[in-house]
Design a protein. Structure first.
Length: 461
């Protein structure tokens, strides 16, 4: 009878062990936190012990300590099992009784070892899962930043784009903040405040010269995931470097083009135009002498040379005025555009009107020059490529919004699509760049069956 009772008791204990391990393994999802998993273990391990009403447990893992609800002082009689992750000791599982209660050794030791082994495997998988999640956050962060780093953005917009995606990729995004110092300017994330001295940083170099740094902050009591977060910050800083170099190259190319235009315009006005005018004067003088000598046919040739020279001088002046808009510097944008429209009408024998609904005064010379060049490029495109016969240039300012519009009745762009986008050539790219410099929007619209409207809009203070 005693043998049957012992066998029954052994089976019951074995069933408790199996049930314990089954419930623990079933509930060990990777979505749980370490604290939740430890409480899950206590929930099923304690009832599986010989004296569950007085047993307690403790798990020490990864520098943290977790205890069962009934754990107290004075429980020195214990069994324990070491916990290793990736072949390195990282903690232990301990189960306690008061000293006067014996353990079922080796049965309870075997159960504790099995639970510790399950916790080891869960912890290793959890570390891998968290590493993959962190890596996915890094990849997503870099993808979104790179996708949004268009040259049409201002430096301020690019920095805000970086903050938008970098902060959520940090270990503690709810308390992280960031700062970018670049070219003597400082940009900060919305939540940046005082007292954040614990930081990681990465230098920003453009064209092999130090020009700033990217800094990410936590309160001092929060550790960084070094080197993971440092690697991410370095990658973002490197992306900003490349964007800045491309931006500067774009500015340099347009500046060079503008300088060349000025130089050629000045050369046409001051040198070539004057030389052609001198040829015209000499041809006129030659005509008079030949006429006085009675050689009428030769005099006619000399008169033709003088006439063609005068035409060439006029063309030089028109070219010089297009390349070097004198009216813009002396009389302002409105008069310069009016003179430009008149010049286009005379030169190409088409109708070119300038409309200004109200008095638009722009004091910034660079601002006015960019608007003038956009109108000039759009008009020339309409005539040369669209073969327009009627062009209207309009300038208006109302309700703190400035609008420049160039409408034509030409053939439009060949590569127009349904979204009013056009495959840009160099002229259009430079127009787009000038609009970006002004912080304006530039659209290419096709309002009718024929023609194109180039429309620039921007807010003005």
């Amino acid at each position: 009878m005693d043998e049957h009772a012992d066998a029954g008791q052994a089976l019951r204990e074995r069933l408790k062990e199996i049930t314990c391990l089954y419930e623990i393994r079933r509930g060990m999802g990777l979505e749980l936190s370490l604290d939740n998993v430890c409480q899950q273990i206590f929930k099923h391990l304690i009832p599986a012990m010989q004296f569950p009403e007085i047993a307690s447990a403790m798990i020490e893992l990864d520098g943290r300590r977790f205890t069962s609800d009934n754990h107290g002082q004075g429980r020195t009689h214990e069994l324990q099992s070491k916990i290793n992750a990736n072949n390195e000791p990282c903690g232990e599982l301990r189960v306690f009784y008061p000293e006067d209660k014996p353990f079922l050794v080796p049965e309870e030791q075997r159960l504790i070892d099995a639970v510790a082994s399950d916790l080891e495997r869960w912890f290793e998988r959890k570390q891998i899962d968290e590493a993959l999640r962190e890596r996915l956050k890094e990849i997503t962060c870099l993808y979104e930043i790179r996708r949004g780093m268009g040259l049409e953005l201002s430096l301020d917009n690019v920095c805000q784009q970086i903050f938008k995606h970098l902060i959520p990729a940090m270990q503690f995004p709810e308390i992280a903040s960031a700062m970018i110092e670049l070219d003597g300017r400082r940009f900060t994330s919305d939540n940046h405040g005082q007292g954040r001295t614990h930081e990681l940083q990465s230098k920003i170099n453009a064209n092999n010269e130090l020009c700033g740094q990217l800094r990410v902050f936590y309160p001092e009591d929060k550790p960084f995931l070094v080197p993971e977060e440092q690697r991410l910050i370095d990658a973002v800083a490197s992306d900003l470097e490349r964007w800045l170099e491309r931006k500067r190259l774009e500015q340099t190319l347009v500046s060079i083009a503008e300088e060349h235009q000025r130089s050629i315009g000045q050369e046409l006005h001051d040198n070539l135009g004057q030389q052609i005018a001198a040829i015209g004067y000499q041809a006129t003088a030659l005509e008079r002498k030949i006429s006085a000598s009675g050689s009428g046919d030769v005099a006619t040739v000399a008169a033709s040379i003088a006439s063609q020279a005068q035409d060439a001088v006029m063309q030089c002046k028109q070219l010089a005025q297009g390349l070097l808009p004198f009216e813009l510097e002396s009389n302002g944008l409105t008069d310069a555009l009016r003179a430009f429209a008149s010049r286009i009408a005379v030169t190409y024998k088409i109708t070119c009107d300038f409309v200004c609904k109200n008095n638009v005064i722009i004091k910034d010379k660079n601002f006015a020059l960019n608007l003038y060049r956009i109108a000039q490029e759009a008009t020339n495109n309409a005539i040369r490529h669209g073969r327009a016969q009627h062009v209207t240039i309009s300038l208006a300012s109302e309700e703190k919004k400035l609008r420049l519009s160039i409408c034509d009745d030409g053939g439009g762009f060949v590569d127009f699509n349904k979204k009013n986008e056009v495959t840009p050539g160099m002229g259009i790219k430079i127009m787009q760049y000038r609009a970006r410099q002004l912080g304006a929007t530039l659209e290419f619209l096709s309002p009718h069956e024929r023609g194109v409207e180039v429309r620039l809009e921007m807010r003005v203070v």
